[in-house]
Unconditional design. Sequence first.
Length: 84
Amino acid sequence: MNLIILTPEHEIFNGAVKSVKVPAIGGQFEILNKHAPVVAALDKGKIKVTNTKSESTYYQIDEGYVEVLNNQVIILVSGTVQKQ
C-alpha cells in the first residue's frame, strides 16, 4: 500500500509501506494492506511506519486526519512533524 504524510507546508513521506500505526482520537489503530476505507481524526502522538523491509520509522505529530481508500493512506497533520 502507499502512504503519504502531508503538512500544510510540504510532503513528509511518500512511498510503499507494509503497515502504519496511528494515534487516533479513540485510541491507536494499525492500517494494513487492503484495509477497509476509513477517515479518522488523529490525536497528538507517534505514527509508526513499517516499510516493505519491516524496518520501522516513527513520526511525532500534533493533531490531524487519516484517510484510507483503495490501498492508499493519506495522513494530513497540522504543525511540525518530527522524524524519530
